[in-house]
Design a protein around this ligand. Structure first.
Ligand code: NAP
Length: 268
C-alpha cells in the first residue's frame, strides 16, 4: 500500500493520540518510570497490567489509581526465561491479545572497576537484556493478534542515556546492558515489522525512582544542573512519549531510539 485514503481534512486529533480500549503490559510497572507509563496508559483508557516481584507494591499502585483507570497486577520474576514465559502464560489466560508491551523492568549495580562482581553482570543483564528478548518473543503471538496495517502492535523498550553516553558512575553492567537494549530494539524491529509489530526504545535521562533515589539524595540539584533543560524528568514527560508511541500517532515510528532526557545526549 503506497498511502492510505485519509484526507488531511479528516484528521481527528483526539482519535490520533487515543489508546482507549487497548491492552498494555508494563513490566516493573509498580514503581518509578514503569508506573509513570502505566498510570498514564490507564488514565488514557487502556487496560493495563503491571508486573514485577513485589505484589504489595503493585496492589498499592492499583489502590492509588482507584476508579481513575483499569489496572491489574501480575506477580512475576523476569530474571529467567521461565519467569518471562510464566508471565506470558498468565497474561494469555486473561487476555486474547496484547496491543502494547513495555519492557521497563530493570536492575542496576555500581562498584569500582577492580571490584565489580560477576554476580552483578548476571543480575543486571538477565533483567535488562535477556528478559526483553524472552518476554517479547513469548508475547509475539498475542501482539500479532492485536496488530493491523493501520495500527500496529507496539513494543516499547526502556533503555537509558547511560547506553548512549559513558555513565558518570561505576555502573559497568548497567551501561553495557542499556546499549544492548538499544541495539536489540533495532534487531527486534527488523524481525517483527512484517507481523505489524513496531519496536522502539526510549532513553530516559534522570527521573525520580527507587533506582535513582540514592543518587538524587546524594547529588541533589547537581543532577538537574547537568540537564540542558535544567530539571529532572517528570511523570508527564514519560507518560507523554509512551502514549504517543502506543497511539496511532506513533504508528509509523519503528526501530527508533528516543531520548527523553531534557537534551543531555543530543547536546554533547
Ligand atoms: N530513573 C531513571 O532516572 C532512569 C533513567 C534511565 C533509565 N531508567 C530505566 O527505567 C526502568 C525503570 O527503572 P526505575 O528508574 O523506574 O527504577 P525502579 O523504580 O527501581 O524500577 C525498577 C522496576 O523493575 C522491577 N524489577 C526489577 N527486577 C525485576 C525482576 N527480576 N523481575 C520483575 N521485575 C523486576 C522492579 O520491581 P520489583 O523489585 O518489585 O521486582 C521495579 O518495579 C529501568 O529499565 C531503568 O534502567 C531509569
Amino acid at each position: 500500500m503506497l498511502s492510505n485514503d485519509r484526507a488531511p481534512g479528516d484528521l481527528d486529533v483526539d482519535d490520533l493520540f487515543s489508546i482507549r480500549g487497548k491492552c498494555a503490559l508494563v513490566t516493573g510497572g509498580g514503581s518509578g518510570i514503569g508506573w509513570m507509563i502505566a498510570n498514564g496508559y490507564a488514565r488514557a483508557g487502556a487496560r493495563v497490567y503491571i508486573a514485577s516481584r513485589k505484589r504489595a507494591e503493585l496492589d498499592a499502585r492499583i489502590a492509588e489509581l482507584g476508579e481513575a483507570g483499569d489496572c491489574r497486577a501480575i506477580e512475576a520474576d523476569l530474571s529467567s526465561e521461565a519467569g518471562c514465559n510464566a508471565l506470558g502464560d498468565e497474561l494469555e489466560r486473561r487476555e486474547p491479545k496484547l496491543h502494547i508491551l513495555v519492557n521497563n523492568a530493570g536492575a542496576n549495580w555500581g562498584a569500582p572497576f577492580a571490584e565489580y562482581p560477576e554476580s552483578a553482570w548476571d543480575r543486571v543483564l538477565d533483567v535488562n537484556v535477556k528478559a526483553v528478548f524472552a518476554l517479547t518473543r513469548r508475547l509475539t503471538p498475542m501482539l500479532e493478534r492485536a496488530a493491523c496495517d493501520d495500527d500496529p502492535a507496539r513494543v516499547v523498550n526502556v533503555g537509558s542515556v547511560d547506553g548512549i553516553n559513558v555513565p558518570a558512575l561505576q555502573t559497568w553492567a548497567y551501561g553495557a546492558s542499556k546499549a544492548a537494549v538499544h541495539h536489540l530494539t533495532r534487531m527486534l524491529a527488523r524481525e517483527l515489522a512484517a507481523r505489524r509489530i513496531t519496536v522502539n526504545a526510549v532513553a530516559p535521562g534522570p527521573f525520580q525512582s527507587r533506582m535513582m533515589r540514592s543518587t538524587l539524595e546524594r547529588l541533589g540539584d547537581r543532577v538537574a544542573e547537568l540537564v540542558p533543560l535544567g530539571r529532572i524528568g517528570r511523570p508527564d514527560d514519560m507518560a507523554g512519549v509512551a502514549i504517543f508511541l502506543a497511539s496511532r500517532a506513533g504508528a509509523f515510528v519503528d526501530a527508533a531510539l528516543i531520548p527523553v532526557d531534557g537534551g543531555i545526549t543530543g547536546t554533547r
